[in-house]
Design a protein around this ligand. Structure first.
Ligand SMILES: [Zn+2]
Length: 68
């Protein structure tokens, strides 16, 4: 994986950590399966750092506390 400073405006990526679109110009982390550089993913830096704790595509409603 590698960190990138952004690949320029006009292109967005979907972060697999939070499932949100992110501007390509934003600094972020690019990761790909070993031997498959074409299958790379673009992560928010924070999501990449937190991926071990949160997992991928975990919806918070499952474990969200209930109020009232
Ligand atoms: Zn994200």
């Amino acid at each position: 994986m590698r960190s990138v400073a952004g690949s320029g405006p006009g292109k967005g990526y979907r972060c697999p950590g939070c499932d949100q679109l992110m501007p390509g110009a934003q600094p972020h982390v690019v990761a790909w399966p070993q031997g498959r550089p074409d299958d790379r993913r673009h992560w928010h830096t924070a999501c990449w750092s937190a991926r071990g704790r949160r997992g991928v595509k975990v919806h918070r409603s499952k474990n969200a506390p209930r109020y009232g």
